[in-house]
Write a protein that binds this ligand. Structure first.
Ligand code: NAD
Length: 258
């Protein structure tokens, strides 16, 4: 007997991914394309590998509502529909604590991180919601161990606030959009990527030192790579997850039992 839920179309599945030029998003795009998806990507940077058979790129900023509409349009007009929206583009705060900088700088960093990591996700969700309701599709957002923890993971107060807010947004969207659209998330621990701060510095500039810190911090003693977490996004969009919404998968080496 066929189970209930899931997408209602026979065409090849289509995804939109934000922040797909680097790190986790890049691995998600590759994983989806390798498994039959066609993917439209929104990133502020053009990737080195450019347009490919199954992947189209839109250069724009997730803080811009029009850029989010544009990438959904590329999916609909170029690929014939939309089944999955992955909200992933994000920036870090560099670990700034409340007493580390002056008020003006604290406000500037916090506004920037919230704008990209929360407002950017919301604008993507808004742009994709109608098409996903039409197809019986779903959304998956990248959260973080910083959606739960407030110390020890290198995040500062703005990043913790943004990732906690994004968790609330995922749960609210899941309730709001049910039963038409499922909304879930992946919350990784530390993964060495090109993640940048609001002023453009690399968070993981010293990859070996960061890897050692991440390893020491989680009970499994692991440092995952982006390619290891990418299949979780595809799983959450698959019929196997048809009964899941408002859920968060946490590939973080077991931080809940720390
Ligand atoms: P990354 O820098 O390698 O990738 C982020 C991508 O987002 C980049 O391609 C960047 O150009 C793009 N981007 C940033 N701001 C943008 C904007 N305003 N408009 C459009 N594109 C923009 O970093 P990553 O680590 O792969 O980060 C992806 C997501 O994973 C982020 O939401 C981050 O908070 C989250 N995350 C990362 C880790 C980690 O340890 N790396 C852990 C948990 C969660």
């Amino acid at each position: 007997m066929a189970g209930e839920g899931g997408r209602r179309t026979e065409r090849e599945p289509v995804a939109v991914v934000t922040g797909g030029a680097s790190g986790i998003g890049h691995a998600v795009v590759a994983d989806l394309a390798a498994h039959g998806y066609r993917v439209a990507v929104l990133d502020r940077e053009a990737p080195a590998d450019g347009d490919a058979d199954r992947v189209r790129w839109v250069v724009g900023d997730v803080r811009d509502p029009e850029a989010n509409d544009r990438v959904v349009d590329v999916a609909l007009s170029g690929f014939g529909g939309l089944d999955l929206f992955v909200g992933n583009a994000g920036v870090h705060d560099g670990g700034i604590g409340v007493r580390d900088v002056g008020g003006a700088e604290l406000a500037e960093v916090t506004r920037y991180v919230l704008d990209v990591d929360v407002v950017g996700y919301l604008l993507g969700a808004r742009a994709a919601a109608e098409a996903l309701a039409d197809s019986g599709g779903s959304m998956v957002f990248t959260l973080s161990d910083a959606s739960y923890l407030v110390r020890g993971n290198g995040a500062g107060i703005a990043y913790a606030a943004a990732k906690h807010a994004a968790l609330g947004m995922v749960r609210h969207l899941a309730a709001d959009l049910a039963p038409a659209v499922r909304v879930n998330a992946v919350a990784p621990g530390g993964i060495v990527t090109g993640l940048r701060t609001s002023d453009g510095r690399q968070v993981f500039a010293d990859a070996d030192e960061i890897a050692a810190t991440v390893r020491a911090f989680n009970p499994l003693g692991v440092v995952l790579c982006a390619e290891q977490v990418a299949p979780l996004y595809r799983f959450l969009a698959s019929p196997a997850a048809a009964g899941m919404t408002g859920e968060v998968l946490r590939p973080d080496g077991g931080l809940t039992v720390r």
